[in-house]
Design a protein around this ligand. Structure first.
Ligand SMILES: *[C@@H]1O[C@H](CO)[C@@H](O)[C@H](O)[C@H]1NC(C)=O
Ligand SMILES: *[C@@H]1O[C@H](CO)[C@@H](O)[C@H](O)[C@H]1NC(C)=O
Length: 184
């Protein structure tokens, strides 16, 4: 009897639990911010990156510092809410990037983290839209893209980012290090 009950318990967890998609190549530093979500009757068709421009050869770089998602009404593209989780202190918000049609569905993260001296952690992100097209962020190009996440078949619903805060002038700072998304 016991194994059956355990199995039922597990199945129930699978059904109830929210699906989170992630990638294995995030950098290890920093702390996770809260999971922030769009309302259930909206979809996510666009995103925006906060990026620190390259600062020159001898100055510490942090590259990607924030990711915001645009919650829109299905069909009208009207923005209802903009969500973001933890945000690094460096850089500025760049123009929003939209799917040509449909919603954001899976992602891959560009990360630099085994460099001696000046690591920047996350640099850029690419999403696949539900129409099959791939949209790339306007981040920087250090590091490499890792494997794609699983798909959110009905699109993304929430975002959680991991960020390292200020560490002072003489220590390597990296900004945003990892990200996860909740599915609808
Ligand atoms: C958006 O609306 C269309 C048409 O009403 C519907 O077919 C589609 O399933 C909706 N998409 C989502 C993600 O809710
Ligand atoms: C994620 O997107 C990529 C690129 O569009 C695609 O090749 C892949 O099949 C998608 N899904 C998964 C689970 O990798």
């Amino acid at each position: 009897m016991l194994p059956v009950l355990l199995l039922l318990g597990t199945l129930q967890n699978l059904v109830v639990a929210e699906t989170i998609i992630s990638v294995p190549n995030g950098a290890p530093w920093g702390d996770w911010g809260p999971m922030e979500t769009c309302d259930e009757d909206t979809i996510i068709q666009g995103f925006q990156l906060k990026v620190e421009k390259p600062r020159g050869r001898l100055i510490d770089d942090t590259a990607l510092n924030g990711i915001a998602l645009y919650c829109t009404k299905n069909s009208s593209w009207e923005v209802v809410k903009i969500i973001k989780s933890a945000e690094g202190p460096f850089g500025t918000w760049r123009p929003v990037i939209w799917c040509h049609s449909g919603f954001l569905k899976n992602f891959t993260l560009r990360v630099e983290f085994k460099v001696r001296g000046d690591n920047t952690a996350a640099n850029n992100i690419k999403f696949t839209c539900s129409d099959g097209s791939v949209v790339e962020g306007n981040g920087l190009s250090w590091g490499t893209y890792g494997p794609w996440s699983y798909d959110c078949n009905k699109g993304l619903r929430g975002i959680q980012t991991k960020v390292q805060g200020r560490r002072g002038a003489f220590r390597d700072e990296v900004g945003l290090t990892d990200v996860k998304f909740m599915c609808r």
